[in-house]
Design a protein. Structure first.
Length: 671
């Protein structure tokens, strides 16, 4: 059997081991985030009626216009052909079953077909197969696998047999009533199967003795209906039909009571039910999306299409639901292809804007973070002003520039944030100068050419070092020192009486040796504790940079300095410099932000996703794992310096489409 390829199953097998924190959409962590396969990826048709994962881990999707088999990388499609004696007898596929010998049984609009796993051929005329299996030779409607290699086969004439595929023997199940036909059969707990008739009569049968018991008659009209059954983990039997708006009934086998769920649903036409690993029931409805029902709390959560969220369901008419052996739930839709979900499939919780949802992120494009003593976040945005995120309450407070109020925020574009040792919030803006916020009003420091003033309105970096010196890096006027008591600015001079050799200060960082690393557009400047300055750039020797534009600087647990540039990552270890680039496995050469997690791993955001770097030694010994939007990130493109390590060890990375929380400890320990 062909080995499964990458893209899906290798991806799933890796990431199902990983952690995803759970919450509801209202708390901004999109628990039910889907990924979708459509005809764009090779699916034969976007109207999907059924799904099956077979013993070889192939996925089968039955559609209104053919059959697709997915190997994890590509689709193989099967369609009806009038010129072929083998192949589908019709293109409309309503059900798929795994039957005896591991073959795939496919119910088309005219009859059952069988895909032979050994020959790779779809057989239309089943006489030879049924004869070989020593089964009655007539059209099979439904197959349910019971314990071991025993199957319940419901024929199109609605006769029911129990088949032992090892012994190749079968027994006919007596009918509970002579006046009605069996609509569906399902395996129950123990040696029990459940059947429902078209008139709503429900009964169960002991598979050993074939003794049958009538249980109840649904409180519905005498109309004959094509009912369906589902047995949950507690042994409750669920009854539903896509043809009539009854919602769902379920029978509690412990006391025989029947309960009804209809008014709480987004749509009473229910066509499919599965149960997830948490015990929640997923009800697939017509034009109502998926209704997730919690039996304990008796609450319903509706999963529906959100045109602003590409991770939502693509369509609200659910035509198939299937839970495979890995716990992945597959949702077939009327026009949107097949979506799939697992709580650990998307690694990173996402905070983003949802139009019409008041508690969502007010503005998606995020530039900067800082955490206060309460554990909450101040967030600087690229046009949406200043945000305060109360993490426990899941609420945002927004502060915007008001041209009529001189005590308001000076600019809605924020590029730097700092909470100083006195818990005062300092805000660097683009073209709005620097602000100090006391919780009520903003004190603004605008551009002024006078002595002791700030000579640039674009404040790129605000940094307080271990000596409580206040450093201000600007976009075009170089580096300043700020005296918070006198509120005076002075150009930063070195011991040699020189200014920093660049007017653009991109990043400031003090290492464990009390050295101040200054990132600029012309390389690195290193200010020693005695204020001596040294430089490192593309022309310096022997320590040389690959690119002079510095985005970020961090120190790891071993004392190495990591420098993010436009053309790769530099690792400075004493007097040695090593390099990591896309050729070494990074997602991109342009490294926009760096964080060091509590386990010693390095996280780098780029224009093509997120890279996690672990290992010891030289560059060739580092292990790099890359994550993209497919992993649940806000996007593949991140913003410069939009990153923060929180006190609890979680990481935050921001970009144009919101921000993600990452728990490296749980990811690294479970992967």
């Amino acid at each position: 059997m062909q080995q499964l390829k990458s893209f899906l199953f290798a991806y799933l097998q890796l990431f199902l081991l990983l952690f995803l924190g759970q919450s509801s959409v209202w708390s901004q962590v999109n628990t039910y985030a889907f990924k979708t396969l459509t005809s764009d990826q090779g699916l034969v048709h976007n109207h999907v009626n059924c799904a099956l994962r077979d013993k070889y881990n192939y996925l089968w999707f039955g559609t209104e216009s053919g059959l697709s088999r997915f190997d994890g990388a590509q689709f193989t499609n099967f369609r009806y052909s009038a010129n072929k004696r083998t192949g589908l007898s019709g293109n409309s596929i309503s059900a798929i079953f795994e039957g005896p010998e591991g073959n795939v049984w496919i119910r088309t609009s005219n009859r059952m077909n069988v895909y032979d796993q050994h020959s790779g051929i779809i057989v239309q005329q089943l006489d030879s197969i049924l004869t070989r299996l020593k089964l009655p030779v007539k059209d099979v409607h439904t197959i349910r696998q019971l314990e071991g290699q025993t199957f319940a086969l419901l024929y199109s004439d609605r006769s029911l047999i129990l088949y032992d595929s090892l012994k190749k023997t079968y027994r006919t199940v007596p009918q509970l009533t002579k006046n009605n036909r069996i609509a569906d059969v399902i395996a129950g707990q123990g040696q029990t199967i459940w059947v429902i008739y078209e008139n709503g009569l429900l009964g169960h049968i002991d598979t050993k003795s074939l003794r049958s018991t009538k249980t109840s008659l649904l409180p519905i009209s005498n109309k004959l209906v094509n009912y369906n059954l589902f047995a949950d983990q507690d042994g409750a039997i669920w009854i539903f039909s896509k043809d009539i708006p009854i919602g769902v009934y379920w029978l509690d086998p412990k006391d025989g009571s029947i309960q009804h769920l209809q008014k709480e649903l987004s749509n009473p036409f229910v066509g499919n039910i599965v149960q997830d690993d948490q015990g929640h029931l997923w009800l697939g409805t017509d034009h109502g999306g998926i209704n997730v029902y919690d039996k304990k709390t008796k609450s319903v959560q509706i999963l529906a299409n959100d045109k602003y969220d590409l991770r939502s369901l693509p369509y609200n008419s659910i035509t198939a639901l299937y839970r495979d052996k890995s716990g992945i739930i597959w949702a077939g839709t009327y026009k949107g292809g097949i979506s799939y979900y697992h709580p650990k499939l998307l690694l990173f919780s996402l905070i983003r804007n949802y139009p019409g949802l008041p508690k969502s992120l007010p503005f998606d494009d995020v530039n900067k973070f800082v955490q206060d003593r309460k554990g909450n976040l101040w967030i600087g945005t690229n046009g949406g002003g200043l945000l305060y995120y109360n993490i426990s309450q899941k609420t945002f407070t927004q502060y915007l520039h008001d041209p009529q109020d001189p005590n308001s925020l000076s600019s809605n574009v924020i590029v730097s944030l700092l909470l100083d040792t006195e818990d005062k919030l300092w805000i660097g803006t683009y073209r709005g100068g620097m602000c100090r916020f006391d919780g009520k009003s903003f004190k603004v420091f605008h551009r002024d050419s006078a002595p002791g003033k700030l000579n640039d309105d674009s404040v790129w970096e605000i940094y307080e070092d271990s000596k409580h010196r206040f450093w201000i890096g600007t976009l075009s006027a170089g580096l300043y020192l700020f005296d918070k008591k006198t509120e005076q600015f002075s150009r930063a001079y070195t011991r040699q009486g020189q200014t920093i050799n660049s007017n653009y200060i991109s990043v400031l960082f003090e290492d464990s040796k009390k050295r101040l690393w200054i990132g600029t557009a012309t390389g690195l400047a290193l200010l020693a504790p005695d204020d001596k300055i040294s430089y490192m750039n593309t022309s310096s020797s022997p320590m040389k940079l690959m690119n002079d534009l510095i985005y970020d600087i961090k120190e790891d647990k071993t004392g190495r300095i990591w420098v993010a540039t436009q053309e790769g990552l530099h690792v400075i270890d004493g007097t040695k410099v090593s390099y990591l680039t896309q050729q070494d496995g990074l997602s991109d050469d342009a490294i926009l932000a760096l964080l060091v997690d509590n386990q010693g791993g390095i996280w780098a955001s780029t224009n093509k996703g997120l890279s996690a770097i672990v290992g010891k030694g030289q560059a060739e010994k580092f292990i790099i794992r890359n994550f993209t939007r497919e992993s649940g990130l806000q996007g593949n493109v991140f913003n410069e310096n939009a990153a923060l390590k929180m006190r609890d060890g979680r990481l935050v990375f921001g970009g144009p489409k919101g921000f993600n929380f990452i728990d490296p400890k749980k990811i690294s320990s479970e992967s």
